[in-house]
Design a protein around this ligand. Structure first.
Ligand SMILES: [Zn+2]
Ligand SMILES: [Zn+2]
Length: 195
């Protein structure tokens, strides 16, 4: 099951369209401020960026997404400069990428190993195959999964096509994402691979 990239709570279920729900605070609802998502005056809706390069690249304390893709949007759609908020959505194309190359620092991008961390899977390239470590010291652990096999299972399960490599490759060449200026949370780091 694919988890959302942002703070959303709804997972992407295979072969099931995702429909937006407004999470406006219960107090506002009591005051009669309710609406269908997305509403132009609210922040609700399913978010889609115009391109992968438009997505913010923060340095969170938790591992970043190892799956990127394009999405189909329908129903009410609110347009913004860098993307859209929609009422309904479903993935159009997907690809498994190295989570570190895609969001933290340049690298080959093509997954070589699959690690597990708190019940989720992370694809990692030759450069990042040592795994990732979060600030409290916990590390990802290697699995016996083959990334190509995992990717074909993903495409089958969601019944979608593969995103062409040249559409995602620019992500792997972006400069290293800087540390936040105020390090209220130390960020994750790469575990050096054993030779
Ligand atoms: Zn709303
Ligand atoms: Zn990598």
């Amino acid at each position: 099951m694919l988890h959302p990239v942002g703070p959303g709570v709804d997972v992407w279920r295979p072969r099931v369209a995702l429909h937006a729900r407004c999470g406006a605070r219960p107090l506002l609802r009591l005051l009669g401020w309710s609406h269908r998502a997305p509403d132009p005056r609210c922040t609700c809706g399913i978010y889609a960026a115009r391109s992968l390069l438009e997505l913010d690249r923060p340095r969170p304390a938790w591992p970043p997404p190892p799956v990127v893709g394009t999405v189909s949007l329908w129903g009410r759609v609110v347009e913004h400069e860098r993307g859209w908020r929609a009422a309904s959505a479903y993935p159009a194309r997907l690809r498994l990428v190295c989570a570190m190359c895609a969001w933290f620092e340049p690298g080959p991008g093509v997954p070589l190993v699959v690690h597990a961390f708190v019940g989720r899977l992370y694809a990692l390239c030759a450069r990042h195959r040592g795994g990732i470590q979060v600030p409290d010291g916990r590390r990802s652990s290697p699995t016996s999964l083959d990334p190509r096999e995992l990717q074909s299972r993903l495409l089958d399960a969601y019944a979608v096509e593969l995103v062409p490599l040249d559409q995602v490759a620019p992500l792997f060449r972006l400069p290293r994402t800087p540390e936040p200026r105020f390090a209220y949370l130390p960020s994750i780091r790469v575990v050096p691979a054993e030779e």
